[in-house]
Design a protein around this ligand. Structure first.
Ligand code: BMA
Length: 360
């Protein structure tokens, strides 16, 4: 009898260890992959906890995000932009101190939230901004890589600083990095009008190896890489500049509704998410709507009648809307207090498929 009790207790201890290890090993990729099985979608916003419509956390001590003022919760996915880090600036391209970004990212990771970084770096030839597409076509690509090398080091140093000091020793925090986004458009210097397909893929490989080599924690994968073409692609053109399964973890897509009429947005989303669902199965990767929104929320009930009915049909792991600028009255994507779509937004986030941080 004693022996039986002993065996039983040993089994219990063993199974609880397995359980613990499983929880610890439940990495970000697993979380994103499981959303499809669970029928859930993580919801996100760019810069949500560092500023909102006419307020900033680094100036107001009592800052609360627009989202939490409207619905009591923060987004599960929190996006930030690293534009400016390449030159060692202390503020990013939208005037946000990198110290505030680091604090907000660490706070969010500790609470179990998911952090994603995009990067709008300067034009490496003219040193003007990302939207300056001049001088790239005629530049020597090897020279561009020489300029980018220390820039990438700065990115990796910042990512390391977000990941290391926030980590409990037994937790492997991870972040999503989404460089060279919307490259199927014409507006960035890394876009398809400026870089050849070979150069774009080469740029991705170079970025991947420079950053991976500079990470502090090499024992585990600290970064998931998201690839995100923009509106206007079909299944072939989506994959035309794909750098390969080894260097991409998430298949993303950036798509905005311009103006008040949602018709073409709905069509584009349906068309693209349908072939992305196939690509997700084929490449065994989660899919995500990495940037979306309707600036100034011009369509009534946009959340429950436009966005939700489309995304809930596909295995979208997360959807992230863009920022509520603190200094541009029209540039907002989530309602703030008193804004007309606040009630519709509350309804949207109360749908059990939509997951915010700590709300379910
Ligand atoms: C754009 C706009 C710009 C901003 C940029 C990077 O879509 O929001 O105002 O500078 O993203 O965040």
């Amino acid at each position: 009898m004693r022996k039986l009790i002993y065996i039983f207790l040993t089994l219990c201890i063993f199974s609880s260890c397995v359980q613990n290890t499983k929880t610890k090993q439940q990495d970000l990729l697993t979380r994103l992959n499981e959303t499809a099985e669970k029928g859930i979608i993580y919801f996100g916003q760019q810069d949500a906890t560092v500023y909102g419509h006419f307020s900033t956390c680094w100036v107001n001590a009592d800052f609360k995000s627009d989202m939490s003022k409207i619905c009591g919760n923060e987004p599960m996915i929190l996006g930030f932009d690293l534009g400016g880090i390449e030159s060692g600036d202390s503020l990013n391209l939208d005037g946000v101190p990198f110290s505030a970004i680091r604090n907000a990212a660490q706070t969010h990771l500790k609470k179990g939230g998911i952090v994603t970084f995009s990067w709008h770096p300067r034009n490496p030839v003219t040193l003007s901004n990302s939207w300056d597409t001049t001088a790239i076509v005629t530049a020597d690509f090897e020279q561009i890589k020489i300029t980018l090398k220390p820039w990438l080091k700065n990115v990796a140093t910042f990512l390391n600083s977000c990941l290391t000091s926030c980590c409990d020793s037994d937790k492997n925090h991870q972040i999503i990095f989404r460089p060279w986004h919307e490259h199927t458009g014409w507006w960035f210097w890394w876009g398809q009008q400026t870089l050849t397909k070979e150069h774009y893929i080469n740029l991705w490989h170079f970025t991947y190896s420079e950053i991976m080599n500079s990470l502090n924690r090499k024992d585990t994968k600290s970064i998931l890489w998201a690839y995100s073409p923009n509106l206007g692609v079909n299944k072939d053109t989506y994959m035309e500049r794909y750098p390969g399964d080894n260097e991409v973890d998430i298949l993303g897509f950036d798509c905005y509704q311009f103006g008040a009429d949602p018709t073409s947005y709905i069509n584009d989303l349906n068309k693209t998410l349908a072939f992305m669902t196939e690509l997700g199965y084929e490449h065994k990767k989660p899919i995500a709507l990495t940037e979306t929104g309707n600036e100034s929320l011009q369509t009534p009930n946009w959340w429950t009648e436009v966005l939700l009915p489309v995304i809930e049909k596909y295995p979208v792991s997360y959807t992230m809307v863009w920022r509520n600028a603190y200094d541009k009255p029209e540039h907002f994507y989530v309602p703030f207090e008193g804004e007309a779509s606040a009630e519709d937004f509350r309804q949207f986030v109360s749908n059990k498929k939509i997951i915010l941080l700590e709300n379910k």
